[in-house]
Design a binder for this molecule. Sequence first.
Ligand SMILES: [Zn+2]
Length: 103
Amino acid sequence: MHVLIFPARDKDGKDIVDVTRQDRFTLVLKADKDYPEAVCMWHTPFDALTPVPPCAKCGEQSSAKWSFCPWCGQKLPASGAASDATSAKEPAPPPPAEDKEVR
Ligand SMILES: [Zn+2]
């Protein structure tokens, strides 16, 4: 088991990932010549950190990562919309960015 610790913010002080929005988070590990490069990728939002109501149509539990209910096809609310009251006053978020890398 390995535990990786790295800063939560980049050199400009911005969070390296917003775990409540739909995005991807990529970690590239480059150890040395004895170990090949390893790439780990996660999709956000992280369900453990994002409260998600059940599907409004069928009542099944949903994931913050899903745009549509896999059980009935109902469109699901955008992640972070219910819990972030200030987002309505902000301009539209930028389109999904390319992978963020931590080296
Ligand atoms: Zn449903």
